[in-house]
Write a protein of this length. Sequence first.
Lengths: 230, 132
Amino acid sequence: MKEILTQSVFFGIAISLLCYECGMWVKKRTNLAIANPLLIAVLLIVAFLLLFDIDYEVYENGAKYISFFLTPATVSLAVPLYRKLSLLRRYPKAILGGIGAGVLTAMVSIFMMSIVFGLSHEQYVTLLPKSITTAIGMGISDKMGGIVTITVVAISITGIMGNIIAEALCRIFKIEEPVSRGLAIGTGSHAMGTAKAMEMGEIEGAMSSLSIVVAGIMTVVSVSVFANFI
Amino acid sequence: MTIILSISLVAELMEYLIPIPVAASIYGLILMLLGLVTKVIPLHKVEEAADFLVEVMPILFVPPTVGIMASVEELQELLAPLCVISVVSTVLVMVVTGRVSQRIIRKDNAAMSGKETGYVPQSRKSAKPYED
């Protein structure tokens, strides 16, 4: 019975979708940032596989067909960016300057802390793309020789945290312009933070979603330099 | 969908041919953006499929993240630095991005004060209560 079920490629696909549905349900019910559907789904699947003693390879056998869509989905990120391009034309200096400064801050701070912790090159490049959207961050980590799964975990932690602290942080550091708030949230905590930015206001949300892709592209360029430092 | 998949294919080819460590998806994203900006690719042809893919994107991250099962040791080793680095750098990135862009906006506004800039600085009332 177990063999028949797990040998089907639909096993990996179905369990992924079902567990993600569960995650969405919990998120909707609790409305907590910490109840992230992706993390809930992953925890459920790992628990399930361990409980029934199913190898990751068996799961991956079907689940890889889901990941097949990752490249097309990342390509599709160009569409929301294109729709927001008019915003970029309105405040080009503030947007590019702000996001550029933020991306540089991410690189430098992660570099310095990696030295403090004595991380290896592999660990360092795993963490470098952690502020940007998962689709782009995974690609970077993979290309630079990082551990992609841990990059995804770091990205999720960052996103959840950004979502939780964004509002307080803007208040404490007197980030008052809606444009700047949006940029800060999108650059610091990608799509998961953007959900919070959208709650804060329309300009915040639009700027935050613009920042996701702009910061992602800037990070691709910066990582190719910073990755050589450790 | 055809356009998106074709771009993905070209992007994979570029990844293979161009000797710099950039993932195919990034080439694809930039190609698509260029196509849209130059109107070579009409928005309405890709809009529907793209919006769908972007919407379901988080589900696509599930399988690679479950791969954490195979990297438990590496994760344990990295967990403490990972948490510290995530917290510290996220705070820094947000503050720097916000402050730098705010400074630029206010400087521009001051320089252009009097003229119609199309932008009204909206310093939020700090007494605004939490919305959630």
